[in-house]
Structures are given as structure tokens and as C-alpha cells.
Design a protein around this ligand. Structure first.
Ligand code: RB5
Length: 145
């Protein structure tokens, strides 16, 4: 798979850990930054960038990380067609894919440790969308302005 990834400074360390994990699994990674953990940056820029990259087809799925995961998930969700899900455990990640067809995973670098984050990533990447009644609901989301 090809994964679009991005974070602000608060999510940088976890982004690097997730990126290394993805590469070790044989995935390709499109890293939108930030690349400098020492510089304070604005999470909306990276949420928007990763969301736009996924929608543009630069990746199959996206992963966004800030301090809490909240701000960057809100920003990613402003991109029409993005369904970003903030997950703090693997169950949420599985359900985000299975029921919501989430195309972007959001996490908080100040909330989850690396071990848990990688389990969340694995659950997100390996769970397919169930479709059916869930498909109708996702279509309803997409029809809302
Ligand atoms: C940055 O300090 C922090 O506000 C940001 O990473 C994020 O947690 C916002 O939602």
C-alpha cells in the first residue's frame, strides 16, 4: 500500500516511528512533513495537505498526527471526501475502517505510546470496509454539505 502521512511538531516523533514501521512492512510512504521537530508549525496545514494528498490519489490511506490528534483530524475532515477518524485503540481503528470507511487515521503523539500506536496502525491498514448498510450511511455523510 501507499500511505500519505503528516504531522505537526508535536506529532513528529510518532510520525517517524509510524513511518519506519510502514516501511518495514513494505509499504510506500508519502511524507508531507513536518520534517523539523524543532520548529513550531500549524497542524491545520498538515491535516489539509495529507487529506488533499489522499484525495488526489497519492496514497491509498492517510495518517495524521498532532499532539492530541484532535486538531489535525478536524483539519483533515475539512477536505471534502476525507473521513478522518481519531483513534486511541485498535478497536476504534478497526471500526473506523469496517463501518465508516475512514480513509485517514488520526492519532495523538502526546496521547498514545509508540507500541499502541503501531497496533492502531496495523488494525487500520488491515481491516476492510464492510459496505452494505454501512455503505449507505457513508454515502449519506458524503451527500451532506
Ligand atoms: C500543538 O501544541 C498542539 O496544540 C497540537 O499538536 C494539537 O494537539 C492540536 O490539536
Amino acid at each position: 500500500m501507499r500511505i500519505c502521512i503528516g504531522s505537526d511538531h508535536a506529532g513528529f516523533d510518532l510520525k517517524e516511528a509510524v513511518k519506519a514501521h510502514l516501511l518495514s512492512l513494505g509499504h510506500e510512504v508519502e511524507d508531507a512533513g513536518t520534517h523539523d521537530p524543532g520548529a513550531s508549525v500549524d497542524y491545520p496545514d498538515y491535516g489539509n495537505l495529507v487529506g488533499s494528498n489522499v484525495l488526489a490519489g497519492l496514497g491509498d490511506l492517510g495518517i495524521v498526527i498532532c499532539g492530541t490528534g484532535i486538531g489535525i483530524s478536524i483539519a483533515a475532515n475539512k477536505v471534502r471526501g476525507v473521513r478522518a477518524a481519531l483513534c486511541t485503540d485498535p478497536y476504534m481503528a478497526r471500526m473506523a475502517r469496517a463501518h465508516n470507511n475512514a480513509n485517514v487515521l488520526a492519532m495523538g503523539g502526546r496521547v498514545v505510546g509508540v507500541g499502541l500506536a503501531l497496533e492502531i496502525v496495523d488494525a487500520f491498514l488491515t481491516t476492510p470496509f464492510e459496505g452494505g448498510r454501512h455503505g449507505l450511511r457513508v454515502e449519506k455523510i458524503e451527500s451532506q454539505i
